[in-house]
Design a protein. Structure first.
Length: 336
């Protein structure tokens, strides 16, 4: 069982973004000290939900502050980046960290970064397969060239040349099939319960026809002296971040977007994720492993909204939960 932390760099009210970024790096250091296997950093643009606009940059800072823990991006928004440029950055971090970096990528959404960075809606709507294939080529070959709809250029050497396999955020059957066809592991989001995770894993297995190791699932992880205390803390703190944060998702073309009820979402997270006493956190992690076959989880530890509480959560999870769940039998395949 491999367990990490997931850092959104959450823009809770009253927290200055620069300090949030510094706190995020400190959390990675604390996770290494607490015995976690890895730390994954989210990327968001022009919003308070997460205030890190370049997960790969902050991952580089975190790698420089640590010596053992793996660091990944969850995720770098591929629709807003040139795949070869992102591959070059990933290659640097792989080489200077001794292989501790993992690149996670996602399609993203029809958000403002497409306009600001000049990528346009077509890159989001139909360009993700081409972008992903070019990224994989740049991470798996000594040279790369392109002759597609969105990218065309002559053959160039990849310097440094590496052999890396990205992880792909999957929220829809189409993206699941895309990852499965390429044999790439999935990153599953916090919005899923065990049934939803198991369903996507089954779709992946049906599409690929073979096992793939390395799937990762993000869950909220929050431990208190009692389950009542832990749940009450998140119910009080999280809506003040999630409400304005989720409102920051602005479609570039004005299309209507569905808005989740924030209080209901927090209740769902507290009801289905490892939120509670240490015993309950262990029970829910073991249940997820048993129901899905997953062997890699990353715990979002920023739910209480303060640096001090996040660091305490990391330390308590490391001391009271990690040693117990690492004994949990898990699927060798990483799929259900």
């Amino acid at each position: 069982m491999r367990v990490g932390i997931f850092l959104v760099a959450a823009g809770f009210p009253g927290r200055e973004p620069g300090q949030v970024l510094r706190d995020t790096v400190d959390a990675v250091v604390a996770a290494e000290e607490a015995g976690f296997d890895d730390a994954w950093i989210a990327e968001h643009h022009f919003m308070s939900y997460g205030v890190c606009p370049s997960a790969v940059t902050l991952a580089g800072v975190a790698l420089g502050r640590t010596s053992r823990i793996g660091v990944g991006t969850a995720v770098s928004v591929l629709s807003a980046r040139h795949p070869v440029e992102l591959a070059e950055q990933a290659a640097i971090l792989d080489q200077v960290s001794g292989g501790r970096f993992t690149l996670g990528v996602g399609r993203g959404g029809p958000w403002l970064e497409l306009e600001v960075f000049g990528m346009g809606l077509p890159r989001f709507e139909r360009g993700f397969p081409e972008s992903l294939d070019l990224l994989c080529a740049a991470l798996g070959q000594d040279t790369v060239s392109a002759d597609g709809e969105f990218f065309r250029f002559r053959e160039v050497p990849m310097v440094p040349a590496v052999r890396l396999r990205p992880v792909v955020a999957c929220t829809s059957p189409g993206t699941v099939a895309l990852a499965a066809k390429r044999g790439l592991p999935m990153l599953l989001g916090m919005h899923l319960d065990d049934e939803g995770r198991a369903g996507l894993l089954r779709e992946y297995g049906d599409a690929q026809g073979d096992a793939c190791e390395g799937h990762v699932a993000a869950v909220v992880g929050h431990v208190g002296d009692s389950t009542r205390e832990a749940v009450a803390e998140l119910r009080e703190a999280m809506p003040g971040w999630l409400g304005p944060g989720l409102a920051g998702y602005v479609p570039v073309d004005g299309r209507p977007t569905a808005r989740r009820d924030v209080s209901d979402y927090v209740d769902f997270l507290c009801r289905t994720h490892p939120v509670g006493s240490a015993d309950l956190c262990v029970e829910r992690i073991e249940r997820t492993v048993a129901r899905t076959g997953l062997s890699r989880l990353i715990l979002m530890v920023e739910g209480a909204g303060s640096r001090e509480r996040s660091l305490e959560t990391i330390r308590r999870l490391g001391a009271e939960v990690l040693p117990r769940v690492r004994k949990t039998p898990s699927s060798d395949r990483g799929t259900a």
